[in-house]
Design a protein around this ligand. Structure first.
Ligand code: HEM
Length: 412
């Protein structure tokens, strides 16, 4: 009798492609190829025994993302079919927020979030990113070595988001730890979800009591008159949707740049904009690799595949970007949608411009402060966190000439 390796099993046409196994983090493109070999919509697993249709074809993805009559975001019928302790519930549980809402409720939540984020001026956001980078360079600069994931990208997002949400820097570590556990969808996911829930509840209770000049306070006072509970859920979504993928966008971009010294020198000399590196990540290694969770309202045939109701349909933004490389040629613009990394249709990321600003300013400012960053490991030896939803580095160790930004005369 022959026993097949986990990788071989993952790629057998009859078995679902297991996006939860470690091999996926190691080499997602092999898994995307296996899904694609099944047609425009493959059969995958998000956790052991939790199947999903995975869309890897651009046309099918666009049809799914735009067709609100046929497909819903309401995950409750599916939730009734999974175990209460399923590790992916943290990422897929229905909540009264814009992501899981359809129709009028969706418009109400989404509009209030867009209006609220519109109040954040680009120059103010830039200043918050610069302040956070300065603080972190103050910590790592004198050491001459750092891990740009755990010492920079992740704490940076916690600092920036905490400041936008009206919390002190001292709370950043709590946020970082809770979200990290939840996003991996592993054994600690429920604990992370609970910790994060407690974090947001505490925040909204404080803002309901006393307003500040921050996103939750503006949301509480928005003309849509969201209840404090509804505000809590929008903040729960926004902090989670913002922190993790943006931290990964930054670290993925840094890893690509540092892994290619020639490229790095064109960026530090100003010959090439940092935006190029960020767009490259969106195309090749998008941080939210598989999401866009939809459910067919009734069983139907879609792009030649029989789709059952209440089974998740997931859009593989990672696969779409990867295969777009083969399909689309020529120069790219940040708003170029060939990769679909911001999704499309009514639920597309509403905070794309803010995110691009945060990511480009973070990379630019760091490389201005520490212009001779040198990776400790070749890019192919870097490791990636497990989980079906994200493309997220475990660590990015670097060396550089020590620098103390707070000494007199120091400036980036
Ligand atoms: C400031 C940071 C960010 C914030 C606050 C944010 C917020 C949001 C929110 C609130 C939604 C739900 C919209 C709706 O359902 O109507 C959303 C959707 C989405 N966001 Fe973002 N986002 C951020 C960064 C990112 C990043 C870095 C990526 C990846 C490149 C990303 C990709 C997406 C995608 C693909 C969706 C569609 C939802 C889905 O796939 O299910 N976002 N975002």
């Amino acid at each position: 009798m022959t026993t097949s390796s986990p990788a071989e099993r993952a790629f057998s046409l009859s078995a679902p492609v297991r996006l939860w196994e470690d091999g996926f983090a190691l080499d997602p493109y092999r898994y995307y190829a296996a899904l694609r070999a099944q047609g425009p919509i493959g059969w995958g697993e998000l956790a052991p025994g939790v199947p999903a249709y995975v869309v890897t074809d651009r046309r099918a993805a666009l049809d799914l993302l735009h067709d609100t009559e046929t497909f819903s975001h309401d995950s409750r019928p599916w939730e009734a079919t999974v175990a209460d302790d399923s590790p992916i519930l943290g990422m897929m549980r229905w909540r009264p927020n814009t992501l899981w809402a359809d129709g009028a409720a969706h418009v109400r939540y989404r509009t209030s979030l867009i209006d609220t984020f519109d109040r954040v001026e680009p120059h103010d956001l830039r200043a918050r990113v610069h302040r956070a980078v300065h603080l972190l360079v103050g910590r790592i600069g004198p050491r001459g070595e750092a891990d740009l994931v755990t010492d920079f990208a992740r704490p940076l997002m916690a600092l920036v988001f905490n400041s936008l949400f009206g919390l002190p820097d001292s709370q950043s570590e709590r946020l970082n730890a809770a979200l990290g556990k939840m996003m991996e969808g592993g054994a600690q996911a429920a604990e992370g979800e609970e910790e994060f829930g407690g974090y947001v509840l505490g925040l909204i209770a404080a803002k309901a009591e006393r307003r500040g000049d921050d996103l939750p306070s503006w949301l509480l006072d928005h003309p849509a008159r969201l209840s404090p509970e509804e505000v809590t859920w929008q903040v729960f979504l926004t902090l989670g949707a913002g922190h993790e993928p943006t931290a990964n966008l930054v670290s993925n971009a840094l890893s690509r740049v540092l892994g290619n010294p020639e490229y790095y020198s064109t960026l530090t000399s100003g010959a090439r904009p940092v935006m190029d590196a960020v767009v490259e990540v969106l195309r090749h290694e998008t941080p939210l690799a598989n999401y866009g969770v939809h459910f067919a309202r009734r069983a139907l045939t879609f792009h030649g595949v029989w789709i059952r109701a209440a089974v998740p349909m997931v859009v593989s933004y990672g696969a779409l970007g990867h295969f777009a490389e083969e399909e689309v040629t020529g120069a790219r613009h940040p708003n170029d949608a060939s990769h679909l990394s911001w999704s499309a249709g009514p639920h597309a990321c509403p905070v794309k411009q803010h995110t691009l600003l945060i990511a480009t300013e973070a990379v630019e400012r760091l490389t201005q402060w520490l212009p001779d960053l040198e990776p400790v490991l070749p890019r192919e030896r870097l490791t990636w966190r497990p989980g079906p939803f994200h493309r997220s580095l475990t660590s990015l160790p670097v060396r550089f000439s020590p620098r103390s930004p707070d000494q007199p005369g120091e400036s980036p």
